[in-house]
Structure formats: C-alpha cells, structure tokens
Write a protein that binds this ligand. Structure first.
Ligand SMILES: [Zn+2]
Length: 312
C-alpha cells in the first residue's frame, strides 16, 4: 500500500477569466470530489506556499518575473491570445509552483511514496522568458530545479502525459544531461513543438523523448507508445526522481483535444511508474496537474491515478 499525499490550496480562485476553459472549477471539482470520498479523506492533505523569486529564478528570467508582476499590478490583462492574468494571478501562479515544490518535498523529504499536486494555473508551456498556453510559471520545471538545488537530487525525469507538448519544459532542459524529458502528445497540435526528431541538445542527445500521436489515437496505441518509448528511457536514465506533468486533456471526453484515453489509461501509467522499483527513484512519483477541461473526466482520472498509487 502506497502512502500518498495530496497538495492543494484554495487560493487559485482569484485567477479567473469569464468563459476561459482554464477555470477555477477544474481544481474545485477535484477537491470537492476528494473530500466526499472516505478513502480520499484519509490521505494526507498538504498546503501549498507561494514560492519566492529565488525559487522561480532557477527556471525563469528576471524579465519574466517583472513582466508578470507589472501586468498583475496593472489589474491584469493578457500575456498572449489565450493566457490571461488578473491582479491576483502572480500570487496564484506562485502558489501553483509552490504546490509542485511541496509535492516534491512530500516524497523526497517526508517519505511519501507518491504525491499529487492539485494546482492551477498549469505550467508546462511556460518558458524561461514567457507565459503562454494558460501557463504563467513552469511548475514542474521549478519543482525539478528545487529538488536539484536543495534536496541533493542529481537526476530527474519528467513524464509529460498532457495532450499538448510541454514546450516550456523541453526547452528548459534541452541541453541538460541531468534531466530526462518525455512526452506523449497529439501532433500536429498546439503548441507545434514535440517532433519525433527533437531528441535533445548537445550533451543531452536522447534525453528528450517525444512521442507525437495523430488525432484520434486510441488508448491502446497511446499506452503502447508509453511502453515502447517512455519506460525504456526511464530505465536507461535511472532517475532519482520522477515528476509527472499530469494533464488529463488526452481523455476522450476532453473538449480541447482529440486523443482517446480513458481513466484506465491513467491508472495504467500510475501502475507502470510505481512498478519501477529497481530504479533509484524506487517507484516513487510526484504528480502535478497540468491541463484537462472536462470536469467529470478530471475527477474520475484523478481518482484513478490516486487509487492506483495507493494500491501500488
Ligand atoms: Zn494540455
């Protein structure tokens, strides 16, 4: 039985734009669902804290932090066509990144077998210098750099299962020989990156593993891609920490994308990662919410992952 912690925080509510799919209900519906289940209520609940500049600056430029602060100080606005900010968004995004950091601490420092950060705004499109694709700060990248800078973790793997390619995460670690980035994603699709031939920069060749999949790809084909590309890469890389960029927008019910996963697919991913006990990470995993825009699919998929992690 795995010891699993949930990281959550209600202070994302001030990050909100009327009619936008990346909305507070995404996290609130999951939180309400977890609170209504006796088994889930028994899990440890950990709060998130907003991260300071020094934590963000391991990934992002000062210019990016200044731009976010200025837009929020002006009352909010837009970073690009689909990425908004309110006066509260800087704080909300810092709490979201802090949730990912807290989830890493839960596993690495506090000895949980797995942790799941139910946070928003998401992060994997945010680059060193800019917000994009609903993302302000790159939560997972910040969490990985936190583990490396403060917890003595040398080798980290990011397993990105969001339906969109995590261009920000890939770019952040493109030349980094100590971080493996893997992604299964719909392709061609937003944000346009994630080609099969993109395998990492000089000194890190093969440490970016992209599995582009056509619209309409089935759950079975997706899982085959995971087994054929992601699992061997993890075994070869031998990470000390595995962080999952956990978007649920590859679910068949998601309104923004066209892959055909179901809740069982997400449970299968959790089972497979937890079974990698021979690696230095010892089957321990940190999950950080990314996308996912159908509320029922979000809650059912989160539940499926947590059930699999508890059973592992
Ligand atoms: Zn996505």
């Amino acid at each position: 039985m795995g010891r699993v912690a949930i990281v959550e925080d209600g202070r994302h509510l001030g990050h909100f734009s009327e009619g936008h799919p990346e909305r507070p209900d995404r996290v609130e519906t999951i939180r309400a669902h977890l609170s209504s289940s006796p088994a889930m209520r028994a899990l440890a609940r950990l709060p998130a804290e907003a991260v300071d500049d020094d934590v963000l600056l391991r990934v992002h430029s000062q210019q990016h932090l200044d731009r976010v602060a200025a837009l929020c100080a002006a009352g909010g606005g837009s970073f690009d066509l689909d990425t908004y900010a309110t006066a509260f968004s800087d704080k909300a995004a810092r709490i979201s990144a802090g949730g990912a950091v807290r989830a890493v601490d839960a596993v690495v420092v506090e000895g949980f077998d797995a942790s799941f950060a139910v946070v928003r705004p998401p992060g994997h499109h945010a680059t060193t210098g800019s917000a994009m694709g609903f993302c302000v700060y790159n939560n997972v990248a910040v969490a990985v750099e936190h583990a490396r800078a403060t917890l003595g973790i040398a080798r980290c793997a990011i397993v990105d299962i969001d339906v969109h390619h995590g261009n920000g995460s890939e770019a952040t670690f493109w030349n980094d020989p100590a971080v493996l980035y893997t992604s299964l994603h719909e392709y061609p699709f937003y944000p346009g990156t994630g080609a099969l031939a993109d395998r990492g920069g000089p000194g890190a060749e093969g440490l970016t593993v992209n599995v582009p999949l056509a619209a309409g790809t089935s759950a079975a084909t997706w899982l085959q891609g995971f087994d054929d590309a992601v699992l061997p890469a993890l075994r070869a890389f031998e990470p000390e920490l595995i962080v999952v960029s956990c978007g649920f927008d590859a679910h068949r019910d998601d309104p923004l994308a066209d892959l055909r996963l179901d809740t069982a697919t997400y449970a299968a991913v959790a089972e497979r990662l937890a079974s990698l006990t021979a690696l230095p990470a010892a089957g321990r995993t940190v999950w950080v919410l990314e996308g996912g825009y159908d509320l029922d699919a979000l809650t059912a998929s989160t539940q499926a992952v947590l059930d699999a992690l508890i059973a592992a």
